[in-house]
Write a protein that binds this ligand. Structure first.
Ligand code: PMP
Length: 431
């Protein structure tokens, strides 16, 4: 496979865009270096790069794409938005309709606000929780990524950890001092943290199903335990559902798992591919937000007509009967095939999968916390990644990310992927 144009464009980008990429996780630093593939077009389950190569896409833009690229229903909605004015700075009817759709799907969001990214959504839930409780400290779990607001860059997950810089420069020590980090799936450690600082804690941030050190589900009783202990301490529970909402079910992971937070942050899927973020929760807590309450949050592009209409269209597609069963069916096929190929070539892997999202870890151990994900074989993942790319299979260039299946993928795509995986494992064993 030739990548001449990608390489040339990356060289050019390096001259003008920092690191040649607009988000660090797009660089190939974590997979042994090289030029990122530059994509020209996405259509359904496929990517087409600037050298004319075609790929089956499992990157899904790091989560937002569930319908496949350029889904006609979303394209129509975005076109309509462009034709009727992209930005008004006034309320629009669409945002009310969309808020109602979200609330119907995730009933714990009694009141909602829209913004433009997951980072903003999480950042604001923290401010609102601090305003509501009058406390400053927040707890997060090691390896979970919650966007790049200052407090959330303490022991952050996929992006920063992949690059080996868990604590970002430029984050003041006083801000980091208010963030407590605890291992995921360890209720005793969580209890210890609350025993020590509970009366100063405003909130705990949780990815109810982790997406940022691979797909990692909470062990039985973990989320309920967090809810009980947090509320006992007078603090709030915030679910970061930026990856999980509408990825595993039509609604949040909270609806799948039956444990409910006080506040929820959303992003990714709910924009149908356009930039979006949203947060919401209990009415009395959300009433802290301006203009009703004293906690400020605003945005020129917040609730912009294009993102909102794309989001409505995306949810309309995902609400159709059978969507999540279909993703589960393809996910199971992919998981089974990868495990069989690994067994055949004696490649040590573990797969964590939920429905249409899975992570292949190069380890024989089970992975249910960040430390275990971190200790998996990075070098082997890097080689596996490149062997797949060369065969037209596109993944995220990091061992901490998930493969995401969309409704545009077919059984034939899975078969083609498994053929490539088979070849990749055979080569890995030979090298
Ligand atoms: N929370 C989670 C769980 C995420 O995975 C991400 C992005 N990967 C964010 C927040 C930040 O979202 P955004 O990139 O839209 O700012």
């Amino acid at each position: 496979m030739l990548h001449t144009n990608s390489e040339r464009l990356h060289e050019e980008a390096l001259e003008i865009i920092v690191g040649g990429v607009n988000s660090p996780s797009r660089s190939y630093k974590a997979v042994g270096g090289g030029s990122p593939i530059v994509m020209e077009k996405g259509q359904g389950a496929y990517f087409f790069d600037v050298d004319g190569n075609q790929y089956i896409d499992y990157l899904a833009a790091y989560g937002p794409i569930v319908t496949g690229h350029a889904h006609p229903h979303i394209t129509k909605a975005v076109t309509r938005a462009a034709e009727t004015g992209l930005l008004f700075g006034t309320p629009t009817p669409h945002e009310v309709k969309f808020a109602k759709m979200l609330q119907e799907a995730i009933p714990s969001m009694e009141k909602i606000r829209f913004m433009n990214s997951g980072t903003e959504a999480v950042m604001t839930t923290i401010r609102v929780a601090r305003a509501y409780t009058g406390r400053n400290k927040v707890i997060k779990f090691a390896g979970c990524y919650h966007g790049h607001s200052d407090p959330m860059l303490v022991a952050a997950g996929s992006g920063p950890s992949t690059l080996g810089t868990p604590d970002s420069a430029g984050v003041p020590a006083v801000i980091a001092a208010d963030v407590i980090t605890v291992p995921f799936n360890d209720l005793d450690a969580y209890k210890d943290a609350l025993d020590k600082w509970g009366d100063q804690v405003a909130a705990v941030l949780v990815e109810p199903i982790v997406g940022n050190f691979g797909i990692v589900e909470p062990i039985e009783g973990f989320l309920q335990g967090i809810n009980d202990l947090t509320h006992e301490a007078g603090a709030l529970v915030i679910y970061d559902e930026v990856i999980t909402a509408f990825r595993f079910t039509y609604g949040g992971a909270q609806d799948l798992l039956g444990v409910y937070p006080d506040l929820t942050a959303l992003g990714k899927v709910i924009g149908g591919g356009l930039p979006i973020g949203a947060y919401g929760g209990k009415k009395e807590i959300m009433d802290q937000v301006a203009p009703v309450g004293p906690a400020y949050q605003a945005g020129t592009h917040a609730g912009n007509p294009a993102s909102i209409q794309a989001g409505i269209a995306c949810l309309e597609v995902l609400k159709q009967e059978g969507v999540y069963d279909y993703l589960d069916k393809l996910g199971a096929l992919l998981e089974k095939g990868i495990l069989e190929a690994a067994a055949q070539y004696n490649v040590p892997i573990t797969i964590n999968r939920l429905k249409g999202a899975l992570t292949v870890f190069f380890t024989t151990e089970k992975v249910f916390n960040y430390k275990q994900a971190e200790s998996t074989d990075s070098e082997m993942f890097g080689r596996f990644f490149k062997l797949l790319v060369e065969q037209g299979i596109m993944l995220a260039p990091s061992k901490y990310e998930a493969w995401f299946i969309t409704i545009a993928h077919t059984e034939e795509d899975i078969e083609a992927t498994l053929h490539a995986v088979d070849q990749a494992f055979a080569t890995l064993k030979e090298e």
